[in-house]
Design a protein. Sequence first.
Length: 91
Amino acid sequence: MQTNAKASIRKRLQRIEGQVRGLARMVDEDRYCIDVVTQLSAVRAALRSVEDEVLRDHAGHCIEHAIASGNKTDQRRKVAELMDVLKRSAR
């Protein structure tokens, strides 16, 4: 992972961690269910955003490196990995 992406992703994950702790407090405080569900949706959206950033970094770094290397086996493996992870994340 590239350094600038790593820092950004780490910061986002820390923010999400705070959101999850807040959700736990909401449950402990018997907050209104719809408010909890709304915050759960926000956490899911934040995680999807982090996932997108990681995938962008992977494409811009790992896949780009495989393409530049000229190694067809490595290229195919990287594309297959990307397709597999995209398939899993679509569920």
